[in-house]
Write a protein that binds this ligand. Structure first.
Ligand SMILES: [Zn+2]
Length: 205
């Protein structure tokens, strides 16, 4: 009966009668050698790690979370992020509890989507989250832009709105060219002397 009122389907595969199925939970599990080191075209100058490829149930769940307001998916992604951070701690790359800085979101976009999902996932993973960065209004959604256009799109468009002192980890949903991460790291490190230890994303494309 409730299914008729509110479509109940897995956020990762669309399977009915569950919000997050066992198969998708298994697909998001962080293995002992994860997160993987990835090499985006634009190098932010700090190690970039990602929890998995932007494909399959991970991709679908990120779209559901970002575009369709499936906030119930914050919890599984938050758990995966927390496990990924624990591995980075074990490997000596970050210290726990890591201070997380979510990559910037345009304010109107965050409002439209019912809150910035990256920040929500970061908060689910760590009690130390500083929303230090904001993207200026003119920055376009980078989907569909070429790499030089992406770089131009974010250059000087990310600003510091809150100081994030000490060592931080930049967190984002998807890393593609690395343009946003590179500019975010630059702003964090040149503006406040904050040290960015790593970038960690939910997916890489
Ligand atoms: Zn599923």
């Amino acid at each position: 009966m409730l299914d008729l009122v509110l479509p109940l389907e897995c956020g990762g595969c669309g399977r009915p009668s569950t919000r997050w199925c066992e198969q998708c939970a298994a697909a998001l599990t962080v293995r002992s050698d994860e997160p993987h080191l990835v090499s985006p075209r634009l190098d932010p100058g700090v190690p970039v790690f990602s929890l998995g490829r932007y494909a399959g149930s991970r991709r679908r769940a990120i779209i559901e979370l970002k575009e369709r307001g499936r906030t119930d998916l914050v919890a599984p992604f938050g758990q995966a992020l927390r496990e990924g951070l624990a591995h980075l701690d074990t490997w000596g790359i970050v210290d726990s509890p890591a201070v997380l800085v979510p990559a910037p979101t345009r304010r109107w976009a965050a409002r439209r989507r019912g809150g910035d999902p990256v920040t929500r996932v970061a908060r689910a993973a760590s009690s130390e989250v500083v929303q230090a960065l904001r993207s200026k209004a003119l920055a376009r959604d980078s989907a569909g832009l070429s790499i030089p256009d992406r770089q131009r799109n974010v250059a000087n468009r990310i600003r510091l709105v809150r100081a994030a002192h000490g060592d931080v980890v930049l967190v984002d949903d998807i890393i593609t060219t690395g343009a946003t991460a590179t500019e975010s790291v630059r702003v964090l490190q040149t503006t406040t002397g904050t040290r960015v230890l790593a970038v960690l994303t939910l997916a890489y494309a």
